[in-house]
Design a protein around this ligand. Structure first.
Ligand code: PLP
Length: 309
């Protein structure tokens, strides 16, 4: 059985971000460092897993089975949690066997891997997809790709409490909104639910909008009867998920040197660059205080092939 130790709620640090373009515009930003919750388990993917793991435990499962790609931050967090909390994990991977640093970690953490090919992976939303896997692993609980859905969102809603507990250390009596990268929008939806209209949540699309992020957010909010809780989406994809250009890479390097905070180009770098564009376009009045969620993902920086789009 999954043990209650997997209910772990980390304490991510909240740190002020000092960058010239923020100071010049009079905008205060604090970074919620989800990249620093643990030496191995990183990022928003852990928060998306918390409620899925609780449901798995309540169902009497011994472990968990899930899906992802050869650079997946989700599978990485899941495999690391399995190792840390002592439950078995199985990963169903997109494509054909590859030997990425992520895959090497999954194996080192003891995750059992199955490569589905591309066609096999595309079938993941079809009814009956899970049947043979559940027959093979009857004691494992399936978690959807990326730890999404309402359960994934609920776990992320806890970030609001973790921020509130630390605001006084920054001498802030409140914050005025959130800024974060979106892939599926699950993390953003969790914050919108937790805020219930008190503060807006700004999401930067790391994938072009034909992936239906807004629809997925609306679906989660709709399930809770909160059709529009106050959020906005910005396209920061630079034309494609893996698209990286010299301007983005230079920006990331400059921010790292000035602030000491490491970023990666797929999510967090794009999110901060888009914040800079919006700040410089005058989107926020002087004195605005934003929480920038560092969603992690640094494990994927190790030698990933980015397309220069
Ligand atoms: C998965 C991921 C995101 C996107 O999270 P969603 O909940 O899918 O929107 C953002 N940043 C990083 C580093 C991620 O790994």
């Amino acid at each position: 059985m999954l043990s209650p130790s997997s209910d772990w709620l980390p304490q991510p640090p909240l740190e002020p971000l000092h960058l010239d373009w923020l100071t010049n515009a009079g905008i205060d930003v604090a970074v919620l460092r989800l990249d620093r919750i643990d030496p191995l388990i990183s990022g928003n993917k852990w928060f998306k897993l918390i409620d899925h793991l609780r449901v798995a435990r309540e169902a009497g499962a011994e472990g968990v089975i899930s899906l992802g790609g050869a650079w997946s931050n989700h599978l990485h967090a899941l495999a690391a949690a399995g190792k840390r909390f002592g439950f078995p994990t199985v990963g169903l991977l997109r494509g054909h066997p590859q030997d990425t640093p992520t895959v090497q970690d999954l194996q080192a953490f003891g995750m059992q891997l199955h490569w589905l090919g591309y066609g096999g992976y595309r079938a993941r939303h079809e009814p009956g997809f899970w049947q043979p896997w559940q027959a093979q692993y009857p004691h494992l609980h399936p978690i959807p790709e990326g730890g999404g859905g309402l359960l994934g969102a609920r776990g992320c809603g806890q970030l609001l409490t973790l921020v509130r507990e630390q605001l006084s250390e920054l001498d802030w009596n409140d914050h005025d909104g959130w800024w974060l990268a979106c892939g599926t929008g699950t993390t953003l939806a969790g914050l919108v639910l937790a805020e219930a209209g008190r503060h807006p949540v700004y999401g930067v699309l790391a994938v072009p909008d034909d992936h239906g992020v807004a629809q997925q957010v609306e679906a989660i909010l709709g399930e809770c009867g909160l059709p529009d809780g106050g959020y906005a989406l910005f396209d920061g994809s630079r034309g494609g998920f893996a698209n990286v250009d010299p301007l983005l890479l230079e920006f990331i390097e400059g921010c790292e040197q000035a602030s000491g905070i490491p970023l990666e180009p797929l999510y967090t770098g794009k999110a901060l660059l888009t914040l800079k564009e919006q700040v410089e376009a005058g989107r926020f009045v002087r004195g605005t205080r934003l929480i920038f969620v560092h969603t992690g993902g640094l494990q994927g920086r190790r030698g990933a092939p980015f397309s220069q789009g």
